[in-house]
Design a binder for this molecule. Structure first.
Ligand code: SF4
Length: 405
C-alpha cells in the first residue's frame, strides 16, 4: 500500500509545534490562517491559529460536542463551524489537544490579530475572545473580492500592516526590527515555494500525492510558515515525492480519472472519502484549499508591500471572474477530467458553487462538475450515503465518457 514516508517527520514537526505551546514564558499571538504571521513572528511571538484548532475539532469529530455551546450564546448553527466549535470548546473547557499533547487548551494570547481577507466571521470570532480574555486585538480589513490587486490596494493594506506595529511592540516587549521581518519573509517565501512544488508533483500520473494527503501535509505551511522548520519539512517531503514521481510510484497504479476538489475539506470524513476515490481508481489531484497557502508575491526587499499583495490576492478574496480564470488554468495544468464542488453549509466564503460557477466551468472547459453538500466540521449537514452515491455515479459517467471519446 502506498504511504508517504515523510508522514513520520510531519508528526514530529506538528508535535513539536503543539508541545512548544506548553511554554508559558513565551509570548503568544493568535492569528487568522492567512493573517500576517510573518510580521508576528518577527516580534518573537509564537503563533496559534484558531482555525487550525477548528480543523482539529473537525478531524477528530469532536466539533459536534462543542457547537451547541456556542449556539447558547446566540451563534447561529449556519455560521462558520470553525468559529462555533472553537468557541464551544473554550466554553466547555475541552479540547483534543489534551489527549494528543497534554495541553488544556490553546495558549493564552498576548495579542490577537485577524485579517478579513477570507471572511468577516474571523473578526467576530476573534473579537469574542479579545473581550473574553481581555486581550488587545488588531485587524486588517483589505478590499474584498478584487479582480486583480492594484497599487492602491497594496498601499492601503501595507499601511494597515504598518499600523499594527505599536500594538505588537507593546504586547511583545520588542521593538520592530526590519531585518528580522525580512528574514521571516524569506523563510516563508522559501517554504511556500517548496509547498507549491509539492502540490505540483500531482501533475504526474500516477500522482504521488492526493488532495486528501495534502490536507494533512499542509499543517506546517499553515502554522509554521516563517520558520526554518517549515522550510526543511517541505524540502524533505518534496524530495520524497519527486523521487516517487520519477519512479512512477503513486497512490494509484492506474488513474481512471483525475479530479479537482473545490471548497473546504470535510475534515471528519477525509479517510472514507479518500478510500472512496481510491476504490474507484480516481485521483483527486488538485484543490483550491491546499493552493491557498501558496504566496507567490513575497519579496524580501519589499516585506510590507509584498505581504499586502500576497495576502490580498488569495483565491477566496477574488472576484468570480478572477476565480474562474484561476480554476480554468488549474484544470488545464493538472489535466482534470471532472470537478467536485463542496458546498459547505457553514462557509459561504469558501463554497464556490452558489453563483453558477460549476455551469460556467462545464461550458468553458468542457468537463463535468458535481456539487456535494456538506460541511467542514458540522457533520449534521453531511449525508454520507447520498454523497457516496453521487460521487460514484459522477465517476462512472466520467469513465464511460472517456471510453466513448
Ligand atoms: S473562510 Fe469559512 S471556514 Fe474559514 S473562518 Fe471564514 S467562514 Fe470559517
Amino acid at each position: 500500500m502506498y504511504k508517504i514516508q515523510s508522514s513520520k517527520l510531519l508528526k514530529e514537526v506538528m508535535g513539536g509545534y503543539f508541545l512548544g505551546m506548553k511554554d508559558t514564558n513565551k509570548k503568544y499571538a493568535w492569528c487568522t490562517s492567512v493573517g500576517p504571521a510573518e510580521l508576528l513572528r518577527s516580534f518573537g511571538f509564537e503563533v496559534h491559529f484558531p482555525e487550525n484548532h477548528g480543523a482539529l475539532l473537525g478531524a477528530t469529530r469532536t466539533a459536534g460536542d462543542f457547537i451547541p455551546e456556542s449556539a447558547e450564546l446566540g451563534y447561529n448553527n449556519d455560521i462558520c463551524s470553525y468559529l462555533t466549535s472553537d468557541i464551544g470548546s473554550y466554553l466547555k473547557k475541552q479540547t483534543p489537544l489534551q489527549d494528543h499533547y497534554g495541553l488544556n487548551g490553546p495558549p493564552k494570547p498576548d495579542i490577537i490579530v485577524y485579517n478579513t481577507n477570507q471572511c468577516r466571521e474571523v473578526q467576530d470570532w476573534f473579537t469574542y475572545f479579545a473581550k473574553e480574555i481581555n486581550c488587545p486585538i488588531v485587524g486588517i480589513t483589505p478590499p474584498r473580492h478584487v479582480d486583480e490587486v492594484t497599487e492602491a490596494h497594496i498601499n492601503d493594506v501595507s499601511s494597515q500592516f504598518k499600523s499594527m506595529i505599536p500594538a505588537c511592540e507593546k504586547a511583545s516587549g520588542n521593538k520592530f526590527d526590519l531585518d528580522k521581518f525580512k528574514d521571516t519573509i524569506r523563510l516563508s517565501k522559501e517554504a511556500t515555494e517548496l509547498w507549491k512544488k509539492v502540490l505540483l508533483t500531482a501533475k504526474h500520473s500516477p500522482s504521488p500525492i492526493s488532495f486528501f494527503d495534502a490536507t494533512i501535509h499542509m499543517g506546517p505551511i499553515v502554522v509554521l510558515r516563517g520558520t526554518l522548520i517549515a522550510k526543511d519539512y517541505y524540502a524533505a517531503l518534496l524530495k520524497e515525492l519527486e523521487g516517487n514521481a520519477a519512479n512512477k510510484v503513486g497512490f494509484l497504479q492506474e488513474e481512471k480519472s483525475r479530479i479537482y476538489w473545490d471548497g473546504m475539506p470535510i475534515w471528519g470524513k477525509l479517510r472514507p472519502l479518500s478510500d472512496l476515490f481510491i476504490q474507484n481508481n480516481s485521483a483527486v489531484v488538485a484543490s483550491t484549499y491546499c493552493n491557498s497557502w501558496i504566496f507567490d508575491a513575497f519579496d524580501v526587499e519589499h516585506p510590507f508591500e509584498s505581504s499586502a499583495k500576497a495576502y490580498t490576492e488569495i483565491f477566496i478574496n477574488r472576484s468570480e471572474m478572477a476565480k474562474e480564470k484561476i480554476l480554468a488554468n488549474l484544470i488545464e495544468e493538472f489535466r482534470i477530467d471532472g470537478m467536485i464542488f463542496h458546498d459547505a453549509k457553514t462557509c459561504a466564503n469558501n463554497s464556490n458553487s452558489r453563483f453558477g460557477m460549476p455551469q460556467r466551468i462545464t461550458e468553458k472547459m468542457g468537463i463535468p462538475t458535481l456539487v456535494i453538500e456538506g460541511d467542514l466540521c458540522d457533520l449534521r449537514f453531511y449525508s454520507e450515503g447520498q454523497t457516496i452515491t453521487k460521487i460514484e455515479t459522477f465517476l462512472e459517467q466520467i469513465e464511460s465518457s472517456k471510453v466513448l471519446s
